[in-house]
Unconditional design. Structure first.
Length: 450
């Protein structure tokens, strides 16, 4: 599951492509897939999941749920079943829990374990072991959990959950759905009301799914932000989950179609949950021809199809308050901005520095390697657009980051000279079949990945 950025055969090169065309579906949403497995493990009885993302990150969570006592099976038709143990029923794992590259899996499961009187050790790859865990260690310790972490609150760490978790009210200093979800997961096994106050609202898949499983969860606007309150010790009742397509994965073929002249594609069935759709609003403001079709509700999430045509883009100021709704999409937005006319300013994105890589630094150096000027600051970047003509020819270091790899492969499809990424193997963490799907649209990708 782990891989070195210098793996000898994992490089991939993208070349100027003919017009992209076709109708596609992208794999299931990563955030919803993690949560479906975790809440399924806490419900009593069978949770059936269709459209689960079978990427490495989510498969790590599936394996973790097994180690914590749930029965998790994949059926031949690609659907999954989770037979849960009930809130409070998890068992102590015999071996360390390995989350690979997945910050979401690790942080959510820390919340889960924190609310149970069990001990577990959390391990992951080099990228995950560099990421800050203090943001969940602090509130979960207030709830009664004990952590032994590496200096600076890093993994590997060992966590002993609370014997009787304390419900808390916590105002999160960072805009993070992972932190919110970890606290709510611990609060499930705490007597009383656990409240998280979010200064900036973040993706609400946890709240939606908890409600669907029968938990009492309320939200209201308070003076310090959005207050999310959960009544502890519910009996969670299984409910079937249809995972919609991932808008963060769809971002790559969508931006590719906007950039490659003559392209027209349709992406079916992605969630346009307002906390996830910021990229699409932004691309439209830049002049992107994106038609939202067949808007519908599927399994409690808003879903739509997108028709995308090649467009001449112009640079804009991306409002910082939109950051949470497109937090994973800035690298590919920066690639779109490189082809736009004029400057694109992206501010209020300090959180990008603690993702799978430092995404501001990795994106900026990838842009520079391909002849694009970028000004980097502590919490943002400004990309100088090249009005449709990007040199390319660069060798991009991905730092074990799937989204850096996919973003720069998209750049290569429309740049003058080929763009190579050093390691495409991490793409399998979130978007299995990326290369095949993009080639099916007409993308020129050369290399041995997937
Ligand atoms: C996620 C939340 C976001 C996002 C990540 C998935 C989630 O992280 O970047 O890819 O599923 O809750 P933060 O909570 O750190 O912002």
């Amino acid at each position: 599951m782990t891989s070195s950025p210098s793996s000898p055969h994992a490089g991939l090169t993208a070349e100027l492509s003919r017009a992209l065309g076709g109708t596609i579906r992208v794999p299931g949403d990563k955030s919803i897939s993690h949560r479906a497995l975790i809440f399924g493990a806490l419900a009593v009885g069978e949770t059936r999941i269709t459209g689960l993302l079978e990427g490495e990150d989510v498969l790590s969570t599936a394996e973790t749920m097994r180690r914590l006592g749930a029965r998790v099976t994949r059926h031949e038709d690609g659907t999954w079943s989770v037979f849960g143990v009930g809130v409070g029923g998890l068992r102590e794992p015999a071996e360390p829990l390995d989350f690979g590259n997945s910050g979401t899996g690790a942080r959510l499961v820390m919340g889960l374990v924190a609310g149970h009187p069990i001990t577990a050790t959390f391990i992951g790859d080099a990228s995950l072991s560099r990421r800050p865990m203090g943001r969940v260690i602090k509130p979960l310790s207030e709830m009664g959990a004990h952590f032994h972490a590496r200096e600076g609150g890093k993994m590997p760490l060992t966590l002993t959950g609370a014997r009787r978790a304390l419900p808390i009210t916590y105002r999160s200093p960072v805009a993070s759905a992972q932190v919110k979800s970890a606290i709510l997961l611990a609060g499930l096994n705490a007597p009383g009301i656990t409240t998280v106050i979010e200064p900036v609202p973040t993706r609400d898949h946890t709240e939606r799914m908890l409600r669907a499983f029968g938990a009492h969860i309320g939200t209201k606007q308070g003076k310090d932000g959005l207050e999310i309150s959960l009544a502890g010790e519910p009996e969670l009742t299984p409910c079937p989950i249809a995972v919609p397509g991932d808008p963060s994965s769809a971002a790559f073929p969508v931006v590719a179609a906007l950039l490659v002249p003559g392209s027209e594609i349709v992406v079916q069935g992605i969630t346009l949950n307002p906390h996830r759709a910021g990229l699409y609003t932004t691309l439209k403001e830049m002049g992107g021809d994106i038609e939202v079709m067949n808007q519908r509700d599927e399994g409690g999430e808003p879903v739509a199809d997108l028709r995308v045509r090649h467009s001449r883009l112009k640079g804009i100021d991306v409002p910082p308050e939109r950051a949470a709704s497109m937090i994973d999409e800035y690298p590919v937005l920066a690639v779109a901005a490189a082809f736009a006319e004029g400057e694109t300013r992206m501010m209020g994105i300090h959180e990008l520095r603690v993702k799978e890589s430092d995404r501001i630094a990795a994106t900026a150096s990838g842009l520079r390697a391909n002849g694009v000027k970028v000004h980097e600051s502590d919490d943002g970047m400004v990309v100088e657009g090249r009005s449709g003509v990007v040199d390319g020819g660069g060798h991009v270091v991905t730092h074990m980051d799937h989204r850096i790899a996919m973003s720069f492969l998209v750049m290569g499809l429309a740049a003058q000279k080929p763009v190579t990424v050093d390691d495409a193997s991490m793409i399998a963490t979130s978007f299995p079949g990326f290369t095949k799907l993009m080639r099916g649209l007409g993308a020129s990708l050369a290399g041995q990945a997937q």
